[in-house]
Design a protein around this ligand. Structure first.
Ligand code: HEM
Length: 282
């Protein structure tokens, strides 16, 4: 126990320990020293720091969200719906925190962004492997998205695995099939490395489930939490699009795309499409 007392007036209440043989137990767990020394700025512009840290913060949230969705996908495979829902519900709070982290960049002007944009070279969020794993888990698979990561063996291997594995929606539809719903074989046995394509039969299944919410309460709750996930992902894409439009208008992206025009197309993609379209038939 420590013999130091930081506040001599402290009476009664024990004060925190101060003396540790090596690094603090906090540091051993959090690795804050590593985390807070990963900000290698490329320009002298004082505004670059928040751009880099916001990006790093978002990478950390992507990592947490991927963890939750993988937990949920495994639980669905084992028919443990409450475990899956808990993980998905945690991910909703995390998606909200992720989306709130746009705040510091949301008002970036073109002149401010230009002050360090040149130092980013060809670097672009498009090359984020963790974001790509999120998209894969949501069903937007594409082998070509592995190409940028050929030079990073661990990242490439993780993405390759994620490309071949069933996503959240694949596991949900397999569960519905096990419950006796008429999910077509072509959907259940689809090539998992391809993008999920909407199916009228799956739309009919969701319409049937939603039509009798009392009877199908558990599945409706699952459908709703997945819909919440889809909505919050859509919000992230749109906040990104708006921040980009404010910061650079219609210039081309550092990653080589048409910029806003390309992001607009990405933002319109529907997450878990039949969960949205089935609503017209309930
Ligand atoms: C206001 C600052 C930002 C601007 C102007 C911007 C701009 C762009 C542009 C133009 C693209 C299209 C690809 C390209 O040609 O580069 C893109 C993609 C992307 N950006 Fe940003 N970005 C910003 C901030 C961020 C931040 C903070 C993140 C967090 C990691 C991020 C993540 C992404 C991701 C994941 C993509 C790929 C989206 C997809 O595949 O659909 N961006 N960004």
């Amino acid at each position: 126990m420590s013999t130091f007392h930081p506040d001599p007036e402290a009476t009664g209440a024990e004060t925190p320990h101060l003396d540790f043989a090596g690094t603090t137990p906090y540091e051993d767990y959090v690795q804050a020293d590593v985390l807070t020394h990963l900000q290698h700025l490329r320009s002298d512009d004082p505004g670059e720091m928040v751009f880099l840290v916001t990006t790093q913060v978002m990478e950390l949230w992507f990592t947490v969200i991927v963890h939750e969705w993988e937990t949920a996908a495994h639980a669905l495979r084992e028919d443990r719906i409450p475990v899956a829902r808990d993980a998905l519900k945690r991910s909703l709070r995390e998606l909200e925190a992720l989306n709130a982290s746009w705040k510091p960049l949301a008002g970036l002007t073109p002149a401010q962004f230009n002050s360090y944009r040149g130092s980013l070279g060809e670097g672009s969020g498009f090359q984020s492997a963790m974001y790509r794993r999120m998209e894969f888990l949501l069903g937007d698979k594409s082998a070509s998205m592995l190409v940028p990561h050929r030079g990073a063996p661990r990242v490439h291997a993780e993405l390759e695995k994620a490309l071949q594995e069933p996503g959240l929606y694949d596991e949900t539809l397999a569960l519905l099939a096990r419950r006796g719903y008429a999910v077509p074989r072509s959907v259940l046995e689809r090539d998992l490395s391809q993008k999920y394509e909407p199916s009228p039969a799956v739309e009919a299944v969701w319409a049937e489930i939603y039509a009798d919410a009392d009877q199908n309460a558990e599945l409706v709750r699952l459908g709703e939490v997945l819909t919440d996930v889809g909505e919050l992902v859509w919000r992230w894409r749109n906040d990104h699009l708006t921040a980009t439009r404010r910061a650079m208008g219609s210039k081309t992206g550092t990653g080589g795309s048409a910029g806003v025009a390309w992001l607009e197309k990405r933002a319109t993609k529907s997450v878990f499409p039949e969960l949205w379209t089935a609503r017209s038939h309930v």
